[in-house]
Design a protein around this ligand. Sequence first.
Ligand code: NI
Length: 184
Amino acid sequence: MPVRPVLLFPDARLKRKCAPIARVTDEIRTLANDMLETMYDEPGIGLAAPQVGEAIRLIVVDTTWTEEGAERSPLVLVNPEIVSREGAITWHEGCLSVPDYQADVERAARVRLCARDLDGKAVEIDAEDLQAVCFQHEIDHLDGILFIDRISRLKRSLYVNKRKKELRREREEEQGAHDPRVEL
Ligand code: NI
């Protein structure tokens, strides 16, 4: 199963609102497997389809595994929705699409999620703490929202400026390596 490249902020494809999945096809099963493979490879505990360039409502989550070899318990969720939320929790979040950055984000502490699995069966999960945070974070991706859209404007712009600088440096380095006009 191939690992797919994860799109990085500020890729415009991360901002799209994703379409519901009408029918689970073989193509979607393959995508779900690729997404799991990609998530474990990165490593991460959740991944949404838009992060690999597919604008459909599909997420994969596994909040229990660790790199040290704990057993994997992957969840593949089709058209996931939060149907109720309770309480508040602040979690220090990161994202595979937001390189080199973490920040505190406040979300609901407990949520009930409804979705379908790959066989079209209804799934209902009551989640709390990390799993609740992860569900909310991944479903945000399906609506084109990143966790940096949920922090203060100041913090966000500090990160965005840092990221832009990094990208500029990367570009300059690439050009420097290939541009024959550059004298060393
Ligand atoms: Ni993310």
